[in-house]
Design a protein around this ligand. Structure first.
Ligand code: MG
Length: 334
């Protein structure tokens, strides 16, 4: 007969002590009670897969650390010294829902026609190929998180060249070429949006430029992370041939718990950059000839009011950002 005391003893000696853990994922909690201290992180991930359908390689378990570093798959659960029923947050997406996240909206053809990318309808047969490219970026592109994503914030993705500053004019310092109201704009946007920078150049250049403009060091707002040209994909368009675009699906696939088609807006002076997600793009008037326009350009001032207005909405993708000025003056009663 097995009394409870005997069972306890047997567990302690026979390395079968169980380690109950609770996994939090996508708003739900899953209890795992069949794990022993001798099992590894990979065993845990396999169990999570049976519960959630998320493949082990797509799972990111937050807070499972060994000596300050994320624990590798072969680490034994027992070495982590967890308290029973520790809650662990999991980030990750099922394969089939990843496809949903990455797929273009069904009416995107119509919307694309509404942009300056008229007739540049992405051929249907190329879509699958484009989605595969995005999925590869989600898998392989490494994002260095500068500041963690915040709960219940929307996402603002910003281009640099001609959007935040004039990169062609000559000046002593970058600040002279900075678009007026840049810091005010970022400070205001940060109240409702996490801010991501995405530029079609190299990360080295982006980091240098952000430092020069004092964006990464400004105490009034934070940059969540930055993406460079390596996160972009090429797509084939009937008219212009092969073009490079910035697919937001890369971000949505990487951070499905935080960012999606409904809560993301992207500013770029080049419309084709949002060919894969036209409903999320706002084509900003390019800021050029900084010396002439330094006192005239009020785009960022007006756009921060627009961002403030639309931050109240549930679904940003229902808007047509092409008409942002009209939307704003209606809201302001002009
Ligand atoms: Mg640009």
């Amino acid at each position: 007969m097995c009394t409870s005391r005997m069972c306890t003893r047997e567990s302690a000696d026979g390395s079968k002590m169980s380690m109950p853990i609770i996994i939090k994922w996508s708003g739900q909690e899953y209890s795992i009670s069949t794990l022993s201290e001798e099992d590894t992180i990979l065993d845990l991930k396999q169990l999570i897969k049976t519960l959630t359908g998320v493949l082990p390689e797509r799972q990111k378990l937050l807070g499972l650390k060994l000596k300050g570093k994320p624990a590798d798959d072969d680490v034994k659960i027992g070495t982590l010294k967890l308290k029973p029923n520790t809650k662990i947050m999991m980030m990750g997406t099922r394969e089939e829902s990843l496809e949903d996240v990455l797929a273009p909206p069904p009416d995107s053809d119509e919307v694309i026609n509404d942009f300056d990318i008229e007739d540049e309808v992405v051929e249907v047969e190329n879509r699958e190929e484009n989605l595969a490219k995005i999925a590869r970026r989600v898998r392989d592109y490494k994002i260095e998180i500068l500041n963690p994503p915040r709960e219940n914030k929307k996402l603002l993705v910003l281009d640099i060249d001609y959007t935040l500053f004039d990169h062609r004019s000559c000046a002593e310092t970058g600040v002279e070429l900075m678009r007026p109201y840049l810091h005010e704009f970022l400070t205001s946007a940060y109240e409702d949006y996490d801010i991501v920078i995405w530029s079609a150049t190299s990360m080295k250049w982006i980091e240098a430029k952000m430092k020069e403009l004092c964006i990464t060091t400004n105490p009034d707002y934070k940059i969540t992370f930055m993406l460079d040209s390596a996160a972009m994909i090429t797509v084939h368009t009937p008219r212009r041939g092969v073009v490079e675009v910035k697919p937001l699906g890369v971000i949505w696939g990487k951070f499905p718990d935080f960012y999606n088609r409904q809560n993301t807006i992207m500013f770029d002076d080049i419309g084709r950059n949002f060919l894969m997600n036209p409903q999320n793009g706002l084509k900003i008037k390019p800021f050029m000839k900084a010396h002439l326009n330094r006192d005239k350009d009020k785009e960022l001032l007006k756009l921060s009011q627009y961002l403030k207005e639309i931050a109240k909405l549930e679904d940003l993708s229902e808007l047509n950002h092409k008409h942002w000025e009209r939307f704003l003056s209606k809201k302001q009663g002009h």
